[in-house]
Design a protein. Structure first.
Length: 139
C-alpha cells in the first residue's frame, strides 16, 4: 500500500469532478470554511478514486462522493454529510437539510449536476492544487 493511501485511509475524503468549474469552486469554498482541515480531496478521475470507490462509472462522474469511515455518500446525502463534518453553522445547516428526504433533495442536485458544464463550464484538465493545498489533496 502506498504511504499516501495509508495516511488518508481514515480521513474524510471529498471526491469531485476535477474538470468541472462548479465542483472546483465548491472545493475552494470547502477549503476556506474547513478551518480544522478535517476534509481531504481527490478527483473522481484519480487512481485513488478508482481504487476506493465502488460506484458504477456513470454514477461516479455525475456526483460528489464523500467517503467517511469507509462509508460512501453520494449526491445530496454527500453534501449534507460534508456540512455536518465541518461543524458549527455548517453542521446546523446539514442537520436542517437532512430533515428533507434525500430523493427530494436529489431532484435539485440532479438538475444542477446534469447541466453543470453548460452553466459553469469545464476545464481541459483536472485541478492542480497550489503548494498550500497539496497536503489536503490525494494524488
Amino acid at each position: 500500500m502506498h504511504d499516501y493511501m495509508r495516511m488518508f485511509n481514515n480521513s474524510c475524503v471529498v471526491f469531485f469532478d476535477g474538470v468541472c468549474n462548479l465542483c472546483n469552486s465548491s472545493v475552494d469554498f470547502l477549503i476556506r470554511i474547513d478551518r480544522k482541515q478535517k476534509l481531504k480531496f481527490a478527483s473522481l478521475q484519480s487512481e485513488y478514486a478508482k481504487n476506493h470507490l465502488t460506484l458504477p462509472e456513470k454514477e461516479l462522474l455525475s456526483s460528489v462522493v464523500f467517503l467517511k469511515n469507509k462509508k460512501q455518500y453520494i449526491k445530496s446525502e454527500a453534501a449534507v454529510e460534508i456540512l455536518k463534518e465541518i461543524g458549527g453553522f455548517y453542521k446546523f445547516s446539514g442537520i436542517i437539510l437532512s430533515i428533507f428526504p434525500y430523493w427530494f433533495l436529489n431532484i435539485f442536485y440532479n438538475l444542477i449536476a446534469n447541466h453543470r458544464y453548460r452553466f459553469f463550464g469545464k476545464r481541459e484538465t483536472c485541478r492542480i492544487p497550489t503548494e498550500d493545498e497539496k497536503k489536503r489533496f490525494i494524488e
